[in-house]
Design a protein around this ligand. Structure first.
Ligand code: NAD
Length: 495
């Protein structure tokens, strides 16, 4: 039941049969059911996908465990595993446009954003392919030597085992590969549960894994729902590690479920990230930077810069500039190259964002621009800027996950740091200033895992990504990213 012939157009793949990928082969789900996937720009059904349940997760975990115990992947020489990951990177280069178009189809994101995201997955695959041959333990012997006792002691670094990978809908292929690349580099076997709203790019990638030479059972992909397949994966006693990206509420549930067998857990969760604009900032940089910090991907970005703090002298000018920028953005279907703002992912998400727009008004905030749905089809909402907000309002405290910015005037540096840090989250933060000193002093005081100065949202495979507070546990990317899938063993030899 192979799903994909590379010579066929993306629409044929999307309309085709989508099964469950276990042991390198396609199957139907144990329950024989499917679920619908929608185009958020129109609300129409574009695909039917096999619905994985706990029984399918069980089979997938068994396949991953077999692959691990038989050392099909981590038993290969590192150079060979590196070759396979390089193959996958090259195949992703060949398939970049197709992968991007698939993410546009079920997520609705603008094609340019999808292409950027696929580009970053290729960079991650290459970065971790290069790291495979550099994984070594260390010799600790001299530190343990004494007159009485002679020791040879060393550490070895090993894969953690079977890793459960649970991904969200807002960056489907990006949030998959940021986990899969380091997990494979570490030598783990994986069971992936894509988001039910956007399973298609992960399913497309499955055949690419086979083509790259990843042995059967090393990557298994089970589409399905969070409360069902997702929960079964987190509960499973034979899974050693869970890496989850999604909401903070689900992250907390996952921590409790993972406690059953004390799985290692990495969490990339929500945010309410501050963006600070000082009076001395260059408005040509700060206004578009802060605007795209919130409006990119229709605000459905975990590190979206959703709270704006502007020093008093520049406040009116910067808020007006961002509002004009918002009004000028082209809203439309993701495949139209002119589109800068796509739809929200679902009717539910549109209603949630619309609810926050009403809440903001009833809380006494002022809408400077936007504030309503856009068009009659699909799940579009206007980019919105609120002013006259205060720190107690729900629109200031809660993650909206839509194109909604709340703006506050601020006085001095202490004021800025106190207000920016007044959140339970701590994922991203932006600083716009021409003062090098101010930039570094504020960066040091902000409680956030990622700080961008005179820009917003840059990610790089070598730079660890993750959050403080309720934005998560652990880091992805960088050497921290591979460590999340490794155990360290200490070996003592009595001489
Ligand atoms: P979600 O928590 O509803 O779902 C995420 C994934 O978890 C989906 O695959 C879902 O099926 C699964 N899931 C749901 N309940 C589960 C359960 N009980 N057990 C196991 N799996 C379960 O989140 P979402 O709405 O898909 O994604 C949006 C959220 O993700 C936002 O809060 C956003 O900030 C966050 N996010 C964070 C990052 C980051 O890197 N920090 C990146 C992207 C998105």
């Amino acid at each position: 039941m192979a799903l994909h012939d590379p010579s066929t157009p993306v629409s044929e793949f999307i309309a085709g049969k989508h099964g469950i990928f276990i042991d390198g082969e396609w199957r139907d789900g144990e329950g024989g059911e499917t679920f619908d996937v929608h185009d958020p720009a129109t609300g129409t059904t574009i695909a039917k996908v096999a619905r994985g349940t706990a029984a399918d997760i069980d089979r997938a975990v068994a396949a991953a465990r077999r692959a691990f115990e038989e050392r099909r992947w981590h038993g290969l020489p590192p150079e060979k595993r590196a070759d396979v990951l390089w193959n996958l990177a090259r195949i992703f280069e060949r398939e970049a446009r197709t992968l991007a178009e698939i993410d546009v189809a079920d997520n609705g994101m603008p094609i340019a954003f999808a292409e950027w995201m696929v580009g970053s997955t290729i960079a991650q695959l290459k970065y971790y392919a290069g790291m495979i041959t550099k994984v070594t333990g260390r010799n600790v012997s001299p530190a343990l030597a004494s007159d009485q006792l002679r020791m040879h002691a060393y550490t070895s670094v090993e894969p953690v085992g079977v890793a459960g990978i649970i991904i969200p809908w807002n960056g489907p292929i990006g949030t998959l590969i940021i986990k899969l690349a380091p997990a494979l580099a570490a030598g783990c076997s994986l069971v992936v549960k894509p988001a039910e709203l956007t399973p298609l790019s992960a399913l497309y990638a499955a055949d690419l894994m086979n083509e790259a030479g990843i042995p059967p059972g090393v990557v298994n992909i089970v589409p399905g729902f969070g409360h069902d397949a997702g929960q079964a994966l987190v509960d499973h006693p034979d899974v050693d590690k869970v890496s989850f990206t999604g909401s903070t509420a689900t992250g907390k549930k996952i921590v409790q479920s993972a406690a059953g067998n004390l799985k290692r857990v990495t969490l990339e969760l929500g945010g309410k990230s501050p963006v600070v604009v000082f009076d001395d900032a260059d408005p040509e940089i700060a206004i578009p930077g802060a605007a795209m910090g919130i409006f990119a991907n229709t605000g459905q970005v975990c590190f979206a810069g959703s709270r704006l703090f502007v020093q008093k002298k520049s406040y009116d000018k910067v808020v007006a500039g961002i509002s004009d920028f918002a009004k000028g953005l082209t809203i439309g279907k993701g495949m139209d190259p002119a589109t800068q703002i796509g739809p929200l992912i679902s009717a539910g998400q549109r209603d949630k964002v619309a609810g926050y727009l009403e809440t903001g008004v009833s809380e006494g905030a002022e809408i400077v621009t936007g504030g309503a749905a856009h068009g009659n089809h699909g799940y579009f909402v206007q980019p919105t800027v609120f002013a006259n907000v205060d720190a107690s309002m729900r629109i200031v405290r809660e993650e909206i996950f839509g194109p909604v910015l709340v703006a506050t005037p601020v006085e001095d540096m202490d004021d800025i740091v106190r207000m920016a840090n007044d959140t339970r989250y701590g994922l991203g933060a932006g600083i716009f200033t021409t003062s090098v000193n101010k930039a570094h002093l504020v960066a040091e005081r902000l409680r956030a895992g990622n700080v961008w100065i005179n820009g917003y949202g840059m990610m790089h495979p070598a730079m660890p990504f993750g959050g403080y507070g309720e934005s998560g546990w652990g880091r992805e990317n960088g050497t921290e990213g591979i460590s999340a899938y490794q155990e360290t063993k200490s070996v003592f030899v009595y001489l």
